[in-house]
Design a protein around this ligand. Structure first.
Ligand code: SAM
Length: 275
C-alpha cells in the first residue's frame, strides 16, 4: 500500500469508553489491583457484552465463551510480558488496566509506562486519587498516531524492552494500523530494539468456509475494513511498518501464556513483532 493512502488520525477517543468494560472484566476475573477501576458503568457494559455474545454463540462458536475470552487474552498478554523479563515495558492504550502498576510493584528493578490519550489519562488520574502507584510506574499521554510517541521515555542501560497494545489496534483499519505500528516500531528502535505484542480478530476464525467466508474476504479486502480476513496479512503489515520480524503465535504457544484448556475456540490471534 502506498504511503499516500495513509491518512493521519489524531487519537481515537471514541474507543476509550470500552476501557471501562475491560476494567470491569479484569476485576471480575481477579487480576491484581483491578478492583481500583471497577465501575458500575463498566459492569453494565460487560453485562451487555455477555448478553450479546450469548445470543450470537449458537451461530458463531468463537464467541461462545463470552467475556471469558477477555480473561484469556489479558492473562496471555500479562504472562507474555513476564516471560520477556523486561527492563522497560510500555503499554500503549493502557486504559484502566492495572497490569502495569501491579507488575512494576512486584518488579522494582524495571520501569513500566502506561500511555493513553489525554482524556483517558485524566480519567485514570481522577479515579486513582489517593492510591499511589509504585515509583517505577508512570502514566503519561501518548497517541499511537504521534510520530514522537513516547519521546520522553529514556533508553535503559541494559535489558529487554517490550511494548504492548491490548484491545487497541484492531479497532483501526489497515492504513491506520500501519501508521500506528510504524510509530511503535520507531519507538522500540529508538530504545535500542525490542519486542511488541498485539492481537487481531481475523474473520477466518469466525467464518472458515462457504459463501459467508468468501463474502467476508471480499468485503475486508475491498473496503480496507477494520477487521482483517487473514492474519498472515497482518504479519506483512507489521514488516511493512518497520518491524524486522513478525509472526502469529500458534494457538499451542498461546496456551503457554493462558490456560486454554476449557476454551472452545479462540477468536483472536496474537502477533509478536521485533525490531
Ligand atoms: C478497549 S480499551 C483497552 C484498554 C486496555 N488496553 C485494556 O485491555 O483494558 C482501548 C484503549 O485504547 C485507547 N486508545 C485509543 N486510541 C488510541 C491512540 N490513538 N493512542 C493511544 N491510545 C489509544 C483508548 O483510550 C482506550 O483506553
Amino acid at each position: 500500500m502506498s504511503s499516500s493512502n495513509v491518512r493521519p488520525r489524531r487519537g481515537n477517543p471514541r474507543i476509550s469508553p470500552t476501557a471501562y468494560a475491560t476494567a470491569a472484566a479484569w476485576a471480575r476475573y481477579g487480576f491484581a489491583e483491578a478492583e481500583a477501576f471497577d465501575t458500575c458503568r463498566g459492569r453494565g457494559m460487560l453485562a451487555a457484552l455477555q448478553l450479546g455474545t450469548g445470543l450470537l454463540s449458537p451461530f458463531v462458536p468463537a464467541v461462545a465463551a463470552g467475556p471469558q475470552l477477555l480473561r484469556w487474552r489479558h492473562a496471555a498478554f500479562s504472562n507474555w510480558v513476564a516471560a520477556q523479563t523486561p527492563r522497560l515495558a510500555i503499554e500503549i492504550g493502557a486504559g484502566l488496566s492495572t497490569r502495569g502498576q501491579a507488575y512494576a510493584r512486584a518488579h522494582p528493578d524495571m520501569h513500566w509506562y502506561d500511555l493513553d490519550l489525554p482524556g483517558m489519562v485524566a480519567t485514570r488520574r481522577r479515579r486513582s486519587a489517593g492510591r499511589s502507584p509504585p515509583p517505577n510506574h508512570d502514566l503519561a499521554e501518548g497517541d499511537l498516531f504521534d510520530p514522537n510517541l513516547g519521546a520522553s521515555i529514556a533508553r535503559p542501560e541494559h535489558g529487554p524492552v517490550v511494548a504492548v497494545t491490548e484491545g487497541v489496534v484492531d479497532y483501526l483499519d489497515r492504513a491506520a494500523k500501519r501508521q500506528a505500528w510504524a510509530n511503535v516500531a520507531a519507538l522500540l528502535r529508538r530504545l535500542g530494539g525490542g519486542r511488541y505484542l498485539a492481537e487481531v480478530y481475523p474473520l477466518r476464525r469466525f467464518l472458515e468456509h462457504g459463501p459467508a467466508a468468501r463474502a467476508a474476504r471480499a468485503w475486508t479486502t475491498r473496503a480496507h475494513a477494520t477487521l482483517c480476513y487473514d492474519d498472515t496479512d497482518m504479519v506483512a503489515l507489521l514488516i511493512a511498518a518497520g518491524f524486522a520480524r513478525a509472526r502469529i503465535l500458534p494457538d499451542a504457544e498461546v496456551a503457554e501464556w493462558a490456560d486454554l484448556s476449557r476454551v472452545p475456540a479462540l477468536p483472536f490471534s496474537l502477533l509478536e513483532a521485533e525490531t
